[in-house]
Design a protein around this ligand. Structure first.
Ligand SMILES: [Zn+2]
Length: 287
């Protein structure tokens, strides 16, 4: 089974996770910029974090044979902190980078006017930089938050096929299917969405424009739940080709719209360039 995890926060994970993911079939992943738990107090913290997402973390992933891509944005939660607003001005520098494949995570957390503004501004950046967008839906009052997100996406003028609305469940999936956006599902160990529920949704709505991720981060989560979902699909009678579509070809089709996925490398036709990382030379004592 080959797996492309379209949403996972490796910054919060250990090398043991990378090792287990590679053994389970994960060959590529997308790490969206998000809230790190500890609130940041200046734009400089974000710049260091974004640098890590496009430099250090891809290097770390490469040591386990995993191709690492990123999405960059000011996340909805921190969009409410006036000290973080200038992050919006930093984004263009990162949206130009080769392995940044979308603007995200954007969307709503508490649905404030500040979040409205940051959401719309970043959808406009996605259009300007010709990138897809990854939209996070709030965990509280998810149906209203999803509806409103779809409306904001429609107003922005971005093509719905270039947007994934993520963290969906049985209540919100239909709204998103009707909108033309891609549907994203984060599989968690004990909340929100489980592998058996995911299999039921795939049975009901089919395997097209569906993205399944582990969203593993600093909370209780499991980076192998993509694999567990693939196994649950097979046990439920889906074919190997169905699993390959959901866990491999769909993420490639969606993020491939950025024009920045190295398709030949992902398909194993050519070996990618050996990744190097120069940023930590200071830690090596200048040697
Ligand atoms: Zn996330």
């Amino acid at each position: 089974m080959r797996i492309f995890d379209p949403h996972i926060h490796m910054t919060s994970r250990t090398t043991d996770d990378y090792e287990r993911m590679a053994a389970a079939g994960v060959r590529a992943l997308v790490e969206p910029a998000f809230w790190l738990g500890q609130p940041r107090t200046s734009a400089g913290s974000f710049a260091d974090y974004f640098d890590s997402l496009v430099g250090w973390e891809p290097f770390r992933a490469s040591q386990f044979g995993i191709r690492h891509y990123a999405t960059i944005a000011l996340n909805p939660k921190e969009a409410n902190d006036p000290r973080c607003r200038e992050v919006l001005d930093l984004l263009p520098r990162y949206l130009d980078k080769d392995n940044v494949v979308a603007v995200g995570e954007i969307g709503y957390d508490s649905t404030t006017p500040e979040e409205d503004e940051a959401f719309a501004a970043q959808l406009a950046l996605a259009v300007a930089y010709d990138l897809p967008a990854l939209v996070h839906t709030p965990h509280r009052d998810k149906a209203r938050g999803t509806e409103r997100s779809i409306a904001v996406v429609a107003e922005s003028g971005i093509e719905p096929g270039r947007v994934v609305i993520d963290h969906l469940n049985e209540v919100t999936v239909e709204l998103v299917r009707d909108s033309g956006c891609w549907a994203g599902f984060s599989i968690y160990p004990d909340t929100k969405m489980s592998p058996p529920r995911m299999v039921e949704i795939l049975r009901k709505y089919g395997t097209e424009r569906m993205l399944v991720n582990s969203a593993a981060d600093w909370g209780r989560s499991d980076p192998l739940l993509t694999r567990v979902t693939g196994d649950a699909m097979l046990a439920a009678g889906f074919t190997d080709d169905d699993v390959d579509q959901v866990l491999w070809r769909n993420p490639i089709e969606f993020y491939g719209q950025s024009g920045r996925l190295d398709l030949a490398e992902l398909e194993g036709a050519v070996a990618g360039p050996a990744p190097t990382f120069e940023g930590n030379s200071i830690l090596r004592g200048g040697s």
